[in-house]
Write a protein that binds this ligand. Structure first.
Ligand SMILES: *Cc1c(COP(=O)(O)O)cnc(C)c1O
Length: 242
């Protein structure tokens, strides 16, 4: 595959390198400030709407984890992506009938928001003789418009899901409501972190280790509040054009 230097509209792809380094540094700083090491926080590049040759530039910078919202979009990019050593996760609402298409492609489904979806993942995982890592999604703002489990039922539902064959609950994923201040968003992150820590003894396994929260506008705040995986799209690739 030939290395491209310019985007389709003539932009020099080195902006990706700069953004990557900048974000990586900020994550590391926040990890240290939160009393952890840089290795404790993973940096996911969210690649929805981004063309494969641009994603490959981020991979060349060191990105080893990408997240896509849509199954079809991910599958359509696979042939053109440098996937060696690359881990891929689904992070968007997933329809049950799409599970079978990605059960052997992705390493994790971060957006498990219903028991019926988890049951379908279980069925397909068993069929394919794999164990799928998942995160259960919490509707932390209790917004009617959002998917995910309510805080009060999160642990119980997650334990039920973890008991399904072929499914391994690795932790929680959260998208807080739009906030006016950093203090406000940190309050949401802090609540999710508490739910995660409180649930750890009940899961009683080392692999319950992932707290996915923080996006372009608030990833540093999320890390300060205990996130172990930030999902960053536009701060890395620029504003999305649909
Ligand atoms: C799009 C998306 C992101 C990344 O959003 P940015 O604000 O561009 O960083 C993270 N998580 C999920 C679930 C998303 O859909």
């Amino acid at each position: 595959m030939t290395e491209r230097i310019l985007t389709d509209d003539g932009q020099d792809l080195r902006y990706i390198d700069e953004n990557y380094k900048y974000i990586k540094n900020k994550i590391e700083e926040a990890a240290l400030r939160s009393g952890r090491t840089p290795a404790d926080v993973r940096f996911m590049a969210v690649t929805k709407t981004v063309a494969p040759y641009i994603i490959n530039r981020a991979i060349a910078c060191g990105a080893d984890l990408i997240g896509e919202n849509k199954v079809q979009e991910l599958l359509s990019k696979l042939d053109d992506l440098h996937t060696q050593g690359l881990e891929m996760h689904i992070i968007g609402h997933l329809q049950s009938n799409k599970v079978k298409k990605i059960i052997t492609t992705v390493a994790m489904i971060q957006s498990v928001d219903s028991l019926s979806l988890a049951q379908e993942i279980s069925k397909r995982a068993v069929e394919n003789d794999v164990v799928m890592d998942v995160l259960t999604e919490v509707n932390i703002g209790c917004e009617w418009s959002k998917t995910g489990f309510a805080c009060e039922e999160l642990t119980e539902r997650s334990l039920e899901i973890d008991a399904l064959p072929g499914v391994n609950v690795r932790g929680y994923m959260a998208i807080p409501p739009v906030c006016e201040t950093e203090e406000e968003v940190r309050g949401y992150f802090s609540r999710v972190h508490r739910l995660f820590e409180d649930a750890k003894p009940q899961f009683a396994k080392p692999s319950f280790d992932t707290l996915s929260m923080g996006m372009s506008s608030d990833y540093a705040a999320a890390v300060l509040e205990g996130s172990t995986l930030v999902r960053v799209g536009s701060a890395l690739f620029g504003q999305r054009r649909y």
